[in-house]
Design a protein around this ligand. Structure first.
Ligand SMILES: Nc1ccn([C@@H]2O[C@H](COP(=O)(O)OP(=O)(O)OP(=O)(O)O)[C@@H](O)[C@H]2O)c(=O)n1
Ligand SMILES: C[C@](O)(CO)[C@H](O)COP(=O)(O)O
Length: 245
């Protein structure tokens, strides 16, 4: 039985505001997608198992570039690499990745290249929870800000409808881990809404929840923070340079 990882790297990175796709932006001499792949491939579950297939979603114009970037990491780990064109949304990209899974895959990790520094312990924690019998596992961190639900505004602001108790809220990260059949079924059931950002699921666990399957939360890790804005990239570069350590 094999663990596969679907590494999503097909986004444009519009909020980052650079010319090149976010996944190929360098930090500490290597692109985000390479950092993310290295952690996925280096992780070892409690039973010693490791990722045996890496499926990467990439922008259509960058398939060869992404394959070249990943060549050394993949060769060193001796795993199968598939680079596939992404979809219009993250949900569609993951679905495209799932179509490439080898027959013997039973556990699937879905991870964002935009979370390049997820540590190996986090990857292992997610796999271990799936192997322990949870069909869908997400890492989550406590919410540190006060959270309010808001209504429709007038252009200057929006009215508060309520303050949401935060003690039972978590902010969810990747990698997320799934029993393969559960994830494939959830994507098949939810595919109708995946074409547009407004209706697509923002993570894979949401599709599994909608399909009626329980999702389990394990402790997340601050190092798995997402690079979304120019400030996030500055922080990632400062951390890897030791400036903020
Ligand atoms: N059609 C898409 C959109 C996103 N992603 C991936 O999903 C992850 C999370 O998406 P996000 O951080 O929102 O990345 P972008 O979509 O690139 O960013 P933006 O929304 O700012 O354009 C990223 O690793 C991104 O490459 C993907 O594979 N296919
Ligand atoms: C999957 C994810 O990283 C979990 O937090 C997140 O939902 C991705 O969101 P985005 O809007 O595609 O950046």
């Amino acid at each position: 039985m094999t663990i596969a990882a679907v590494l999503t790297a097909a986004g444009s990175g519009s909020r980052l505001g650079l010319e090149l796709p976010k996944a190929v932006v360098p930090v500490a001499g290597e692109s985000l997608v390479v950092h993310a792949a290295r952690a996925l491939l280096a992780a070892r579950a409690a039973d010693g198992s490791a990722v045996g297939q890496l499926v990467v979603t990439a922008p259509a114009a960058h398939l060869d570039e992404v394959a070249v970037l990943l060549a050394d990491v993949v060769e060193a780990a001796d795993v199968r690499l598939d680079v596939v064109g992404g979809g219009r949304t993250r949900q569609e990209s993951v679905a495209a990745g799932l179509a490439e899974l080898a027959d013997d895959v039973d556990v699937v990790l879905v991870h964002d290249a935009a979370r390049p520094f997820a540590p190996v312990e986090l990857v292992a924690r997610v796999v271990d929870a799936v192997r322990a019998g949870h069909p869908a596992v997400v890492p989550g961190l406590p919410v540190v800000d006060t959270v309010k639900r808001v209504g429709t505004g007038d252009g200057t602001g929006r009215p508060v409808l309520e303050t949401v108790p935060r003690s039972d809220l978590v902010a969810v990260q990747t990698p997320q881990g799934f029993d393969r059949e559960v994830l494939e079924r959830a994507h098949a059931v939810g595919s109708g809404l995946g074409a547009h950002e407004a209706t697509a699921a923002s993570d894979d666990a949401a599709l599994v929840e909608a399909d009626g399957v329980p999702v389990w939360v394990v402790p997340g890790d601050e190092r798995a923070a997402k690079v979304t804005t120019a400030r996030d990239l500055l922080v990632a570069r400062a951390l890897t340079a030791g400036a903020l350590a």
